[in-house]
Design a protein around this ligand. Structure first.
Ligand code: F6P
Length: 539
């Protein structure tokens, strides 16, 4: 690829283009700066196509950008989400576990503390089978989280990742999509009188969530002789910033837990949005998750860029995206328990950073977010790794591994880790034509197929173990990386106007899909043709 000659990194890119990761990795000292640890998290960037001078140039660029001032403004509650005039204070949600004093406004800190007390009371009562202490049904065994995007992905990721820490005996289920199949299957499986539904929606206006809420309300009402009010009072909670809408839907104010305008949906796991998770893992583990994130907040606020994990992660991504021109990044957790991490990061990164104008409305100077994709290893190896090793595009990868598993099957775990390490090495080192020729008995045609270009960059993140603390730290690491990339790309990482247009058009189309075909003025010919096809074909 051609490097933009005006880039301050052009010389570094040229120098590095003349060498290979195979060469760079011969230097045993190389890792010292490119491998950094924070508590249970090890970040290894030594397989990135970077050297010390290039890293220093990136660091100088970060320093010149005024990142520390921007970071401090976020922690202090300045309205950095300018298109909505909102503060960005997800860090205040876990500040109780931080060592550095929180610079968040006092009123925010107090509100956050009060909600944690309410969550504690709720989790304790429901886990003890005594929901009636709070006006809910007794004997709850199953919790259904209804929400989508940020109101689903965080608790879903953490509830699965922390399966070995489920401490209350309550089972959690996640109902997300408007596709009725999942709701239908869940209703076959659960006992309504033992089910607690948590409706999570910051806006309380999201179509998918409200539709699924209606379906479960009807189902529950059926178990109370059609008395929907009784069913909702005993079996529904809401988490929302729109208390009035939740109440209008039928949920008493005492059963509504707050979300705030200063916390974006995709940053909200740490708030009452984590309620379903807390009901599964218990409050001690939930607080440990917050403490893990708070330890990264402290680190992000105090460490110089050279040892600052979020800063290093952001700089490596900036290098790949803006200097090397890589348009996607694959995230491959070598842990089934982290099977929802990639989806979580897709929202965190792509909804935050998928922008093309500055907060002042001017076009951005270069590329912004790469496509984030991936799935668990080793499964991924047997699906698309062929293309990652020998395809024409170079895709940077992120491998996430866990040193100590939560199960005793040591041989399995060693095989899993050896695959992670092997893939990172194979992508970086490749196999030369000479090596391929030697193993192809001089057959040049076969050797060409068996050659690996190598020089394919990756990051390795190793957690000592997958615990509430280390998961909290891992997620906070990504959150701060996102903040820094928004800062470097001159975009607002905290709004999401790009999701609105499709929602508006879906509302326009909906009447046309009713029993009677209705003409919707303003629809394009392609959409009208598809609507006609649907009407003609359905039973
Ligand atoms: O459509 C995108 C989005 O607004 C996300 O930002 C948000 O996490 C999700 O929808 C759910 O929104 P809500 O919590 O308001 O239902």
């Amino acid at each position: 690829m051609t490097v933009d000659q005006r880039s301050p990194f052009a010389d570094h890119a040229r120098r590095l283009a003349a060498t290979t990761l195979r060469e760079l990795l011969k230097d045993a000292q190389r890792s010292a700066r490119l491998r950094q640890r924070l508590g249970p998290v090890l970040l290894d960037l030594s397989r990135q196509k970077l050297d010390e001078p290039a890293l220093d140039a990136l660091g100088a660029f970060l320093e010149a950008s005024g990142w520390e001032r921007a970071r401090d403004a976020m922690f202090a509650g300045a309205p950095i989400n300018t298109s909505e005039q909102r503060a960005v204070l997800h860090t205040a949600l876990r500040a109780g576990g931080a060592k550095l004093p929180s610079p968040a406004p006092r009123a925010v800190q107090d509100e956050v503390a009060q909600v944690l007390v309410r969550l504690d009371e709720l989790v304790t009562a429901v886990a003890a089978g005594q929901g009636s202490r709070l006006g809910l049904a007794d004997g709850i065994t199953d919790v259904v989280n209804i929400g989508i995007g940020g109101s689903d992905l965080g608790p879903r990721l953490a509830a699965r990742a922390l399966t070995p820490f489920h401490a209350t005996g309550l089972r959690t289920h996640f109902l997300t999509n408007v596709d009725g199949q999942a709701a239908y299957e869940l209703m076959q499986q659960l006992d309504p009188r033992r089910t607690l539904v948590v409706l999570v929606s910051k806006s309380f206006s999201t179509q998918e969530t409200l539709l699924n809420g209606n379906v479960l309300r009807d189902w529950l009402a059926g178990a109370y002789g059609g008395d929907a009010a009784q069913a909702v009072a005993g079996h529904f909670l809401a988490v929302s910033a729109n208390v009035a809408a939740a109440e209008a839907w039928g949920i008493p104010a005492a059963h509504v837990y707050p979300m705030w305008d200063f916390v974006g949906g995709r940053f909200s796991l740490w708030s009452a949005v984590g309620l379903s998770l807390a009901l599964a893992i218990g409050m001690d583990n939930f607080r440990a998750l917050l403490a893990g994130a708070a330890s990264v907040d402290d680190h992000f606020r105090s460490a110089p860029w050279q040892s600052n994990l979020p800063a290093l992660l952001a700089l490596a991504e900036y290098w790949n995206r803006n200097v090397q021109g890589r348009s996607s990044r694959a995230v491959i957790p070598y842990a089934d328990l982290l099977g929802d991490l990639t989806s979580y990061l897709q929202q965190l990164e792509m909804e935050s950073l998928g922008k093309q104008v500055t907060p002042q409305g001017a076009p951005v100077a270069g590329s912004t977010v790469p496509v984030v994709w991936g799935s668990v290893g080793t499964n991924a190896q047997h699906a698309y790794f062929q293309a990652l090793h020998q395809g024409t595009d170079t895709v940077p990868l992120e491998f996430i591994g866990v040193v100590n598993p939560a199960h005793p099957l040591r041989a399995n775990h060693e095989a899993l880790l050896s695959n992670l390490l092997a893939q990172a090495a194979a992508l970086a080192l490749g196999k030369t034509t000479e090596e391929a020729l030697a193993e192809s008995k001089g057959d040049r045609v076969l050797a060409a197929q068996r050659t690996f270009p190598g020089d394919r960059p990756s990051t390795v993140i190793l957690l000592d173990a997958l615990t509430p603390e280390s998961l909290g730290a891992l997620i906070a690491l990504y959150e701060h990386k996102v903040f820094l990339l928004g800062h470097l790309w001159h975009i607002n990482a905290f709004d999401q106007w790009g999701v609105e247009l499709g929602k508006v058009i879906a509302k326009q189309i909906l009447p046309a899909l009713g029993k009677q075909a209705v003409d919707v003025p303003g629809l394009d010919a392609g959409t009208v043709a598809l609507i006609r096809e649907i009407h003609a074909r359905r039973g």
